[in-house]
Design a protein around this ligand. Sequence first.
Ligand SMILES: [Zn+2]
Ligand SMILES: [Zn+2]
Length: 346
Amino acid sequence: MSQALVYRGPNDLRLEQRTVGAPAPGEVLLRVRACGICGTDLKIARGEHRAYAPGTVRVPGHEIVADVDRVGDGVTAVSPGERVFVAPNIGCGACRQCAGGRTNLCLQAQAFGITRDGGFAEYMAVPALAVEQGVLIKLPAAADAVRLSLIEPLASVVRGARAVALGDDDVVVICGAGPIGLLHVLVARARRAGRVIVSEPSAFRRDEALALGADLAVHPDELTQALRDETGGDGADVVITAVPSAAVQEAALQLTAVGGRINFFAGLPAGGAQIGIDSNLIHYRELAVTGTAANTTEDCRDALALVLSGAISLDRLAAVTVPLDRAREAFDTAAGGQALKVVLAP
Ligand SMILES: [Zn+2]
Ligand SMILES: [Zn+2]
């Protein structure tokens, strides 16, 4: 039997016992060790995620570190007892996006915890197609499962930084310092940004950003003036929006220097994504406005390499671990608005 946290409707997550079957040929059965709760999971729990239509019964959780429990016939990629990170996005394997490695953009994409059962459970089955695509990434035997569950959001952040070619000497503005904004601080530092400026209303989160390497953390009301002071009026080379706000997206264009790049990292709520922008800013300043969503298996490998090489340390990111049978408490903490990352340990 496997204890699992099951979505049965808006604000109705239940702990249930499920039977665990032996893996079929090509499949892998995982014993989950850690699975992070992120904003997407809170959205799912509220019943607001488009992949969780009315009537959906599913186990969420997509930031997964696990041990291989059993493997089906023919599986050679992993062996029982090995610790793995699970890259959550599975493509169809046949379309143009998949051929280019962009499994996150496949129209038939599946994802653990999103379109199929995920990691808020003791055991999780990995289908043969996913095993074949290499979503099980081996970790060192002694790897810290809780810390490394952060590889998943870190992979999305790495993808965002790559989209704006964040690099040497850039003046970077990161809007929002929740767990995602803080990961952007770490990635900007690892990519040798010149100045990292964080805009965040919560004083607690601003302190976290400074502790993780931001040069300056200001209240959003003070951002325009602070950036003017920092750059002599030029503006930022890179602006990353890590908060689901239309106003922040609109402001991003005003903050960006000539030739600058913008990443709309956070999506906006469905139906609230119409924004008003001065498109001449994009034209005359030759701005590049990018968006990124989720991540590919390659992004996950890149994120893991940054951590294992020591280029990024996740040790200072405040995280709390909660056992699966106290999942409700864990979701409340995650929704509480502190910068804390909450990780379930089934
Ligand atoms: Zn997530
Ligand atoms: Zn595909």
